[in-house]
Design a protein around this ligand. Structure first.
Ligand code: FMN
Length: 173
């Protein structure tokens, strides 16, 4: 696998009428992605299929958000989340992701599916501010584990204050 790009600090985007789609196995390895995904991520399809989804992870994304995402979908629930991704050139792009588990006939989770739309500018501003706070909390302690736990608590307590689940929260931004 090629080295992760260095973040440029610039952001790109995609069309309001476009949907970025991917499907993963149980561990988050990409098993399918559509043409819009390939174009926006900027990697050849062959490098995406079989790669962990973190191939497009942006370093400014708090780990606490991914913990909430994984806890939710592994419990067979859906989640809406704002995510800042990073393309092959190091440019960021914001998405509003709807991530769902795929179930077998007998109700077992057999993989996951994500559809992403372009978020509004005002939602991006709010997500950016929240994630900046969470990332600062995450990076403060010397131990990564402690930092993530503190940021996760902060995220949950902010949602409780607003009396919202994360998915309702994401949609209300
Ligand atoms: C269906 C699905 C879609 C995902 N989409 C993204 C995505 O677009 N960007 C991203 O950074 N992580 C995405 N993830 C989460 C990654 O699997 C991973 O948890 C995250 O990138 C953090 O990686 P790390 O734990 O290696 O830091 C997705 C996971 C699933 C199951």
């Amino acid at each position: 696998m090629r080295q992760k790009p260095v973040p440029t600090g610039r952001e790109t985007s995609f069309g309001e009428d476009e949907i970025i789609v991917s499907k993963t196995d149980l561990k988050g390895k990409i098993v399918y992605c559509n043409k819009v995904f390939i174009r926006v991520a900027g990697y050849p399809e062959a490098e995406l299929i079989g790669a962990p989804h973190s191939i497009i992870r942006h370093p400014e994304m708090p780990r606490a958000v991914f913990k909430l995402l994984w806890d939710t979908i592994a419990a067979k629930r859906e989640i809406f989340a704002y995510v800042l991704n990073m393309d092959a050139h190091g440019n960021g792009y914001w998405v509003l992701a709807h991530v769902t588990p795929s179930l077998s006939d007998d109700g077992q989770v057999i993989g996951y599916h994500s559809n992403r739309r372009k978020p509004t500018a005002s939602a991006v501003d709010k997500a950016r501010a929240l994630y900046r706070d969470l990332l600062a909390i995450e990076k403060a302690p010397p131990s990564r584990k402690d930092g993530m736990a503190a940021a996760y608590d902060e995220l949950v307590s902010r949602l409780n204050l607003m009396k919202l689940d994360y998915d309702e929260f994401a949609l209300s931004l």
